[in-house]
Design a protein around this ligand. Structure first.
Ligand SMILES: [Zn+2]
Length: 158
């Protein structure tokens, strides 16, 4: 439990035509190993689907405190001070890929709106990619470059 500090962006690393439900996520994250990861909760708070719909998958009250039951397991080391969200799609290993090669324009619109809204409520928070906290390319695009391109302030970006 701690003060909300990061909004960490992930991707589901799924193919473009695959729809992911909360039930599927629960299976991947919470089923016992080796079928799932054996976690006691999900890795994300919200999912942004291919059509731009934002689906809440772990409840939170939206204040500045990440309470115990609001924590998700998105990135080891920062979970108690982070909110994790994930874009449906993103299958690919090359971290230099452009957003539009893996995600839809509707997802770009929703992500920008989501982050604007997030920063209006939490103006000192920083927007990060999972790769800022782990040796993996997730969410498979350059988060800083993406948001700078939409006019976001560098002080809110990792
Ligand atoms: Zn990730």
């Amino acid at each position: 439990m701690g003060k909300l500090t990061y909004l960490v962006i992930h991707c589901l690393d799924t193919p473009p035509n695959m729809h992911v439900t909360k039930k599927m996520l629960q299976d991947w994250h919470m089923s016992p190993k080796p079928r799932g990861r054996g976690w006691d909760r999900l890795g994300y708070s919200d999912i942004i689907h291919r059509d731009g719909t934002v689906e809440n998958v772990t409840a939170y009250d939206g204040d500045d405190l990440v309470e115990s039951d609001e924590i998700t397991w998105g990135a080891t080391g920062v979970n108690s001070v982070s909110r994790h969200i994930s874009l449906e799609g993103g299958k690919g290993e090359n971290p230099t890929k452009e957003f539009g090669e893996m995600f839809t324009p509707e997802q770009a619109n929703s992500l920008v709106k989501y982050v604007k809204d997030f920063l209006s409520k939490h103006p000192t928070c920083k927007i990060a990619g999972h790769y800022n906290f782990a040796a993996k390319p997730c969410p498979n695009f350059n988060v800083r470059k993406f948001f700078l391109g939409f006019g976001f302030d560098a002080k809110n970006l990792m």
